[in-house]
Ligand binder design. Structure first.
Ligand code: C2E
Ligand code: CA
Ligand code: CA
Length: 686
């Protein structure tokens, strides 16, 4: 027999009681009957879609009411089925126990028919409200409705293997933030519409919107069908708005045991979906048991955190930051290491992402700040003049309303000038709530802190953000140096990033510098600071102290890399050298020379008026002269690259206007040189 949606499940071992109950409600509802908890669970499994209310006796053989509630509660898809306990027992103790077990309401035996009907109706109304069947935005099933629909589909079809797919839209929050809620809703609606279309192709296909941007589908499993589904959704999404590239992350759990909880299937599919988050090509992943293992590992890391903090298992490691002009360190970045009693030294990659996902990172950050403050205090007490140490401030803390207070307290507690503690805020955090982050930053600035934008270029950085945000330093992500990602364009991009930072008067620190070639290159393009294994790996505090001591010993001998200093200053349009350069009465130009190619980087005012202007008589003449100049310089540069000497050359710019041209190398690395070319007019001496 098929039951309607208004079915009441009566659970009582006494036939007389059930009889009486049935008489009270049979005109309004259909009735299912069970004589104990066990039977009730079985019926519930078969009729989950139909059961609207359970009326439960407490004392029964086989499985009593409490045991039933225990089992019942373990199935999350039953969450919204109201349970009314029928009791003759006036013991408030058991009443409390019932409420704790998730019982909604009570009725007294023997029943007052009016009251009973009223209570049942109430419970149904309330649960309907909670689990409205259709989602208001998309019109498709809501979570509860979907879960129940999945359950009944699985019950009907015991032969077939089903797949449970769960997917969401990467960076959906960004769409909402940048394009508005309306646009976000448009995207959601189009997903729902596409699902509706796809559902007509399949016999069995249940789908719903679980929450926010998360949708789920249950369908008979066939690899090509699942792939088709994801592809169709993906193609459809691309059509919604071509401005932004929407990507899905879809996780699939192939249902092995179809009596398992639907929410559990959902969890497994979610776990799979997580593994394709943030990957540009992959949008589909299947659940496998390893994921559970990873989750256990994650759980372990989470469980251990409090003890690790209490026992100070987390250690501060320091990695020097190098000033490329003086070739000496200028402070360091504090990076956490976990010295676990059993697992040994763990690097942040193993636990930071876990803590970030779970919000625990907030505590760890503060632990690190504190320990860095303690360290600075110790150095100050020892009469040292430490350079600033920078600490990482993760996203949760950037949005922590007490952040400013916390730092203020640290400064007072340890009596540390704010200049000694620099703050690294990761770039991606700047994209979220810009107003809030700007407010926080100006409060931190008022306290005297310097702020670095960390990982610049690693995510969705927009140059606009840089312009609006008052950061003091730019930390450029190491991916630019790891060229592969850019097919060799990394250096070009890096050059323009540094140049742009200079226009904004932002000093840059490039991370991940591993080779001398990279150092030379960074000096060439006028980058101020570098951090990386080439100079030093992150090291324990004691080693850092030795590093500094050694540096101080050598201090007297070492000198500034003058060329790096000049290049650096030349890029900075506001710098003294740069102004001086423009005041010089001699035309000067700076070139980059690489693979026999010459590129003009910078000229002074005199060059512009005397040479460039003179060259621009007409296009033909201009090109001819440019070519002549390039040939002349090309020869000279080639000599210099080989290490040969290149004396001054004579050059006729235009008829009877002669220059003596000298070339000086001011920066070099493997295959690129920066040359300064000076033009002295010598026409009258000829
Ligand atoms: P990050 O802030 O970008 O830190 C730089 C990372 O690059 C560090 O990794 C550092 O060891 C590594 N690195 C430095 N030089 C080189 C190099 O030449 N080559 C290569 N390949 N890598 C280099 P680490 O210490 O493993 O930290 C990884 C990330 O974990 C950090 O990235 C940061 O986001 C996070 N982290 C580390 N310590 C903390 C902390 O105390 N608090 C917070 N919130 N995050 C931290
Ligand atoms: Ca950092
Ligand atoms: Ca970084």
């Amino acid at each position: 027999m098929r039951y309607s949606k208004n079915t009441i499940l009566l659970v009582d071992d006494e036939e007389v009681v059930k009889q009486r109950l049935r008489d009270v409600i049979k005109d309004d509802y259909e009735v299912l009957e069970a004589s104990n908890g066990q039977e009730a669970l079985e019926l519930l499994g078969e009729h989950i879609e139909q059961v609207a209310v359970i009326v439960l006796d407490l004392i029964m053989p086989v499985m009593d009411g409490f045991q039933f509630m225990n089992e019942f509660r373990r199935h999350r898809e039953y969450d919204n089925i109201p349970v009314i306990v029928a009791t003759s027992n006036e013991d408030w103790h058991s009443e409390q126990k019932c409420l704790e077990a998730g019982v909604w309401d009570f009725v007294m035996k023997p029943y007052n028919p009016v009251l009973l009907r009223f209570r049942i109706k109430n419970a149904i109304d309330k649960s309907r409200m909670i689990m409205a069947e259709r989602d208001a935005v998309t019109g498709i099933y809501t979570k509860f409705k979907f879960y129940r629909a999945v359950r009944s589909m699985l019950m009907e079809e015991t032969e077939e293997t089903f797949a449970f797919a769960r997917f969401d839209i990467d960076r959906f929050k960004m769409i909402n933030n940048f394009y508005g809620i309306k646009e976000g809703d448009k995207v959601l609606k189009s997903v729902a519409l596409e699902l509706k279309k796809i559902s007509t192709v399949f016999d069995k296909f249940v789908y719903g919107r679980v929450e926010n941007d998360i949708f789920a589908v249950c369908m008979p499993y066939q690899e090509e069908n699942v792939e088709l589904l994801v592809k169709a959704l993906q193609i459809n999404l691309r059509k919604v708005n071509k401005d932004y590239n929407i990507k899905l992350s879809c996780g699939v759990y192939i249902i092995k045991d179809d009596t398992a909880d639907v929410p559990e299937m959902y969890d497994r599919a979610s776990l799979a979906a997580k593994s394709c988050k943030g990957k540009f090509v992959q949008s589909l992943a299947y659940y496998d048991e390893k994921m559970i293992e990873n989750m256990r590992q994650e759980q372990f890391i989470i469980n251990e955190v409090n003890r690790a903090i209490d026992e100070e298992q987390f250690k501060v490691y320091l990695q020097p930051k190098m000033n490329l002009v003086t070739d000496r360190s200028y402070g360091a970045e504090a990076l956490v290491r976990w010295n676990h009693p059993e697992k040994g030294m763990m690097s942040p990659g193993e636990f930071i992402p876990v803590y970030e996902r779970n919000g625990i990172i907030g505590r760890l950050d503060q632990y690190m700040w504190r320990h860095v403050c303690m360290l600075l205090r110790k150095w100050l007490d020892e009469g040292k003049t430490p350079n600033p140490i920078s600490v990482n401030v993760s996203r949760v803390n950037i949005y922590n309303p007490h952040l400013v207070k916390i730092f203020k307290k640290l400064l007072t507690e340890f009596q540390i000038p704010a200049e000694l503690l620099n703050l690294e805020l990761t770039e991606s955090a700047f994209m979220e709530d810009q107003d809030l982050i700007m407010k926080t930053m100006s409060s931190l600035h008022r306290l005297g802190f310097k702020i670095m934008m960390d990982d610049f270029g690693s995510g969705y950085s927009s140059l606009n953000v840089l312009k609006d945000m008052e950061v003091d330093y730019l930390k450029v992500d190491m991916k630019f140096l790891q060229d592969q990602e850019f097919n060799g364009k990394g250096e070009k991009v890096l050059t323009s990033v540094i140049r742009m930072a200079k226009w904004l008067h932002l000093p840059s620190i490039v991370e991940g510098v591993e080779t001398i070639e990279q150092v030379d290159f960074l000096k060439c393009i006028g980058c101020e600071y570098a951090q990386g294994y080439y100079y030093a790996k992150p090291m324990p505090v004691a080693d850092y102290e030795k590093f500094i001591a050694r540096e101080e010993e050598m201090g007297a001998k070492s000198s500034t890399d003058e060329n790096a200093a000049i290049v650096n200053e030349l890029w900075n349009t506001r710098s003294g050298i740069s102004k001086f350069f423009d005041l010089l009465e001699t035309p000067i130009a700076v070139y980059e020379y690489r693979n026999n190619r010459i590129e003009l980087l910078r000229t002074n005012a005199r060059y512009d008026t005397e040479i460039l202007f003179e060259k621009s008589v007409n296009e033909y003449e201009h090109n001819r002269r440019m070519q002549a100049e390039n040939e002349l310089l090309g020869e000279a540069f080639a000599k210099l690259v080989k290490g040969d000497i290149c004396g001054p050359m004579e050059y006729e710019l235009t008829q009877d206007v002669w220059y003596r041209v000298t070339v000086k190398v001011i920066g070099k690395r493997a295959d690129t040189m920066i040359m300064m070319v000076t033009f002295y007019e010598i026409s009258e001496y000829r």
